[in-house]
Design a protein around this ligand. Structure first.
Ligand SMILES: Cc1ncc(COP(=O)(O)O)c(C=O)c1O
Length: 395
């Protein structure tokens, strides 16, 4: 028999993934062009040409070392290149020792949680949040503490946050631009949040780390600024990923930044190195470490996502739906026209539209639409959204 813990994981398995699988089945029945799958944040934009060129170049240059093991934290030259690039953009002072290459953002989060958590340590998250955080914290017997959503603007509810910090609080996960809302946490929010944490660290005589989960940092519209959190709060660890910024989710490549200013930074860095190994990642994929170093200035095609964002947002608002226009990422978080959003998601399936219930992000009453799809998928899905609006909003 499998473990009790795994039985729970299986029973409560990701609704997003279940929807994605259902979409594939529906596509086999009705045809892929007749199913509008907005379930998964799987970019439909090709990786930049520079990625392909880099793969070819690297493989031509070296056929042995590139497939070998290296330091569990990754190649020193790659980490140095990444540190330089962050320093240039955000006026920070990192060097290669502050960077740990990881198996995507998910790998990075698991590495840092493994490094930080003792059983029953508390990790605070702001709803709505990426549902996998619950499993990741549970992996290390931590306790997830949720701050309820502030649905007026989806900035974190800081009053409630303050009240939920205890002596057992070890970390706070911040995700901006946010999945599922697309909201960017403002500089004012980050300043206030940092001040609260500094005061609470003093009050309780403990260290509380921010884990800034940033796979969408580069996916920002209209030149909005995303504050770099290490500059506001010393005990910040950044988790980055190329899954979305270079459209490489299947390649599993990202990194952690552990600044020297963070309390116990040497131990944190040493711990993350060991965690990478003993979690079985061993190291981030070797080829793609070298690829991202060569593609450090490459960007995904933001105009593609922006066109999707504008088209979908304008149409849904015109039909009577209510949602905040996202400033970043590629998700629209829409208020469900009926209280039970799961029922709405079922009704959407009748229109061959697959969207994810907000309860998967601990924010019932909303649905998430991942608009990282082909433009045609959006255009062809609009009549279905209109039918649903006529049925549930106008009646
Ligand atoms: C907020 C957030 N964090 C982490 C991840 C995991 O990203 P990766 O594919 O880099 O592991 C995702 C993926 O969608 C995400 O949305």
């Amino acid at each position: 028999m499998i473990s009790n813990k795994m039985q729970d994981y299986v029973k409560n398995s990701s609704a997003v993934r279940a929807m994605f699988e259902e979409g594939k089945k529906m596509a086999a029945i009705y045809g892929a062009d007749k199913v509008y799958d907005f379930s998964l944040g799987n970019p439909n934009v090709a990786a930049p040409q520079a990625v392909k060129d880099a793969i070819m170049e690297i493989l031509e240059e070296d056929a042995v070392e590139i497939h070998g093991y290296m330091n569990n934290s990754g190649y020193e030259d790659v980490r140095g290149r990444i540190a330089d690039s962050i320093n240039e953009k955000y006026h920070t002072y990192f060097n290669y020792t502050n960077i740990i290459m990881t198996v995507g953002a998910a790998g990075g989060l698991n590495v840092i949680l493994k490094t930080l958590l003792d059983p029953k340590d508390e990790v605070i998250v702001f709803a709505p949040y990426f549902g996998e955080y619950r499993s990741y914290v549970n992996n290390y017997d931590g306790k997830l503490v949720t701050v309820s959503p502030k649905t007026t603007d989806f900035q974190p509810n800081l009053e409630e946050f303050k009240d939920k910090i205890t002596k057992k609080t070890k970390a706070v996960i911040v995700n901006s631009p946010n999945n599922p809302t697309g909201v960017i946490y403002s500089e004012e929010t980050i300043q206030k949040l940092s001040k609260i944490l500094e005061d609470k660290q003093m009050e309780h005589g403990i260290q509380i780390y921010i884990i800034s989960d940033e796979p969408y940092r580069e996916l920002v519209y209209n030149n909005q600024k995303v504050p770099y959190l290490t500059k506001y709060y010393a005990n910040t660890i950044v988790g980055y990923s190329y899954s979305k910024s270079l459209s490489l989710p299947g390649e599993r490549i990202g990194y952690l930044v552990i600044p020297d200013e963070a309390e116990d930074s040497e131990l944190l860095i040493a711990g993350a190195n060991v965690a990478n190994r003993i979690l079985g990642f061993v190291n981030a994929p070797s080829l793609f470490q070298k690829v991202v170093a060569k593609c450090i200035d490459s960007k995904t095609d933001l105009s593609y996502y922006n066109r999707n964002r504008e088209t979908l947002y304008q149409a849904l608002v015109e039909y009577g739906y209510h949602c905040i226009k996202p400033d970043g990422a590629f998700y629209l978080f829409v208020r469900s026209p009926i209280a039970d959003e799961k029922e709405f998601c079922e009704a959407a399936k009748e229109q061959h539209i697959l969207v994810v219930p907000g309860s998967s992000f601990e924010c019932p009453g909303y649905i998430r639409i991942a608009y990282c799809v082909a433009y045609e998928t959006i255009v062809n899905a609009l009549p279905g959204f209109k039918v649903l609006a006529q049925k549930y909003i106008e009646s």
